[in-house]
Design a protein around this ligand. Structure first.
Ligand SMILES: NC(=O)c1ccc[n+]([C@@H]2O[C@H](COP(=O)([O-])OP(=O)(O)OC[C@H]3O[C@@H](n4cnc5c(N)ncnc54)[C@H](O)[C@@H]3O)[C@@H](O)[C@H]2O)c1
Length: 262
């Protein structure tokens, strides 16, 4: 099992399917975990589950609001945490943006507002968190950043698998996730020699109650012939967060059951 007892991990978007799995697994592996998310039911569930754990702290944070990013880092440091791992995990998907039950727009009808809202959270938010890490942590003690991309960052979406589904693959999502790896390689060189590393994890399709039909369609695109379980992504996220990944920087690690390999 990956040992994270020397890690203090700051996670954005911690209450989601993957974020909450990372929090649980990282606490189990001995890490101190600084969970952040938007206010709401996900944040409440996290605090209900882990609030009593001595290694757990929670802070409300909207990564798209510049002032909040600065202030939350400040509070975290004032509260005595010394984060040496930061996970840029928060993101909005097209599904989250449109809201349940609302029709999903075709590309031709995609509004600039929806495109920019997605970019604001997924890419500008990740930039602001990385910049705050640079201001407050890099150069003070060794640290690592993990940026979260997607199997649809450097590969195009297979649009036909979404035919008749209540959700589609949203253009700005893929664009933002390609940009995330741009941030990784840019920062890897910028932080070289300052004991700060940065890598990208690109998860594949994670099962979260999808219909049998969707699982079949996406499964056909994946060598493993199935969607991932959140813990299978967490296995690699824990490794990238650990001291054992210390000689890696500027890399993109696909955890996609072989989706990107054929
Ligand atoms: N689930 C998948 O299949 C999959 C695949 C590839 C990549 N990813 C990526 O993994 C990461 C986690 O995904 P997930 O499946 O847990 O998604 P999720 O939707 O379950 O969780 C996303 C979290 O981000 C938070 N969030 C949204 N906007 C925010 C903002 N402005 N500020 C702060 N937090 C905000 C949400 O509240 C939520 O808790 C995301 O970056 C996602 O793009 C997921």
């Amino acid at each position: 099992m990956t040992d994270l007892s020397d890690r203090t991990i700051f996670i954005t978007g911690s209450g989601g399917v993957l974020g909450s799995t990372y929090v649980r697994r990282m606490l189990e592996a001995g890490a101190r975990v600084i969970a952040t998310d938007l206010p709401g039911h996900r944040a409440e569930a996290l605090q209900d589950t882990h609030g009593d754990h001595e290694n757990f702290g929670f802070y409300e944070l909207d990564v798209g609001i510049e002032d909040q990013v600065t202030k939350v880092f400040q509070r975290v440091l004032e509260d005595g945490w010394k984060p040496n791992v930061v996970l840029n995990n928060a993101a909005i998907t097209g599904e989250m943006l449109m809201g349940a039950g609302k029709p999903f727009p075709d590309f031709a009808d995609t509004s600039v507002e929806d495109f920019e809202r997605t970019m604001r959270t997924n890419l500008t938010g990740a930039f602001m968190v990385a910049r705050q890490m640079d201001r407050d942590i890099v150069g003070k003690w060794p640290c690592t950043l993990v940026n979260v991309a997607s199997m649809y960052a450097l590969n195009g979406a297979h649009h036909p698998i979404y035919d008749g589904m209540p959700f589609k693959n949203f253009s700005a999502y893929g664009v933002s996730k390609a940009g995330i790896h741009g941030l990784t390689v840019w920062l890897a060189g910028y932080w070289a020699g300052r004991q700060a590393t940065v890598n990208t994890i690109a998860p594949g399709a994670v099962f979260n109650g999808h219909s049998e039909e969707f699982q079949r369609r996406v499964g056909e695109l994946i060598m493993a012939n199935r969607m991932a379980q959140p813990d299978e992504i967490a296995d690699v996220m824990l490794f990238l967060s650990s001291a054992q990944a210390g000689y890696m920087t500027g890399q993109l690690v696909n955890v996609d059951g072989g989706f990107s390999a054929w």
